[in-house]
Design a protein around this ligand. Structure first.
Ligand SMILES: Nc1ncnc2c1ncn2[C@@H]1O[C@H](COP(=O)(O)OP(=O)(O)OP(=O)(O)O)[C@@H](O)[C@H]1O
Ligand SMILES: O=P(O)(O)OC[C@@]1(O)O[C@H](CO)[C@@H](O)[C@@H]1O
Length: 310
């Protein structure tokens, strides 16, 4: 089983507008809403790839109830810790004329000390039954900056392979607990080492430095439409993705993580894992909702992914 952890779960709303003029009234003709937040997106894609998954995290209020109901309807097992307050709405406004995506992310509820403790126990229990634990997304208000350190340690002690996909301070602290894998973007790598990353060679050096410094097994730096760079102990892989018609790129990173988690749970080779992760990310870019792939497109893309060992 794979467990995904979303400490700041959300309802992801996407508005499709012919154009999005600032300071004007726009009537929204077409939109969709789905349970989201990074870990929940990972869970949705893992489920679409046919591997058992349980989604945990904090949820609150009516939005929390909707998140749970919708996951149940999708056939995704969940085991959330309920908190006071209302789970957030994350709004993505797609402006078709300019091809832009504007995201507005609410802060979400403040979690109590008791809820933070309950979550540790929940993760301990789930990790004991999981091959992989994916910890994804921002920390909620109320959580200490180093909360991921404790969660990574707990999941590792329970014997799970731990993937951490976070940014800023949450990632900076979280890697101190040496997760098995992280999936930063280029900016996050630069921020972690407090350097400028001028080109791909500099990126590769930076990623290898991080891998050794924090004794990680795998770092995949996702590069949007340009693909990804993955470092493991004995080498580096540069993966490029085919050119596709992009609809919505929100959730591509989560889909990439889902593909990687499924490949690890299925004990696939690194090369097959990279193809699976990339194809999941690209397939997500071609669909309207975050954390959604088309299985037929995914299978086709998987065969088209190109990679070179550096
Ligand atoms: N425009 C695109 N065209 C093709 N594939 C894409 C595109 N954008 C993303 N992908 C695929 O998805 C993977 C992850 O994407 P990206 O680098 O955008 O993640 P991210 O920034 O973490 O996204 P998010 O935080 O929204 O989940 C890429 O490595 C690539 O395989
Ligand atoms: O605020 P966080 O937790 O960092 O990110 C939240 C979020 O932007 O990430 C997902 C895309 O990766 C969206 O589903 C969601 O709204």
């Amino acid at each position: 089983m794979i467990t995904t952890v979303t400490l700041n779960a959300a309802i992801d709303k996407t508005y499709y507008l012919p154009s999005f003029p600032l300071g004007k009234v726009s009537r929204v003709q077409r939109f969709n809403a789905a349970p989201g937040g990074k870990g929940i997106n990972v869970a949705k894609v893992v489920a679409q790839l046919g591997v058992p998954v349980t989604a945990t995290g904090f949820v609150g209020g009516m939005n929390g109830e909707i998140i749970k109901q919708q996951l149940t309807r999708m056939g995704i097992a969940h085991d959330f810790v309920s908190v006071e307050g209302e789970s957030r709405i994350c709004l993505n406004i797609l402006d078709e004329e300019h091809g832009t995506s504007t995201e507005l992310l609410e802060p979400g509820p403040t979690v109590s000390e008791a809820a933070l403790e309950e979550m540790k126990q929940r993760i301990r229990d789930l990790a004991l039954r999981s091959q992989i634990v994916c910890l994804s997304g921002s920390l909620p208000a109320g959580a200490p900056k180093d909360y991921y350190v404790e969660l990574v340690q707990i999941a590792k002690e329970s014997g799970a392979y731990v993937i951490l996909d976070a940014s800023g301070d949450a990632l900076r602290h979280g890697i101190e607990a040496k997760p098995h894998m992280i999936k930063p973007n280029e900016e996050e790598v630069a921020a972690l080492l407090d350097i400028e990353v001028a080109d791909e060679e500099a990126l590769r050096n930076a990623v290898e430095t991080l891998l050794h410094k924090y004794e990680m097994e795998r770092i995949s730096v996702s590069l949007g439409g340009a693909g990804s760079l993955t470092a493991v102990k004995d080498g580096c892989y540069r993966v490029t993705t085919p050119k596709v018609e992009v609809v919505n790129t929100v959730g591509c990173g989560d889909s990439f993580v889902a593909g990687m988690a499924v490949s690890l749970a299925s004990k696939l080779s690194l090369e097959d894992g990279l193809a699976m992760a990339s194809a999941a990310g690209t397939s997500n870019a071609m669909t309207e909702q975050a954390g959604q792939i088309d299985p037929a497109v995914f299978e086709q893309l998987r065969k088209q992914v190109q990679m070179v060992r550096l």
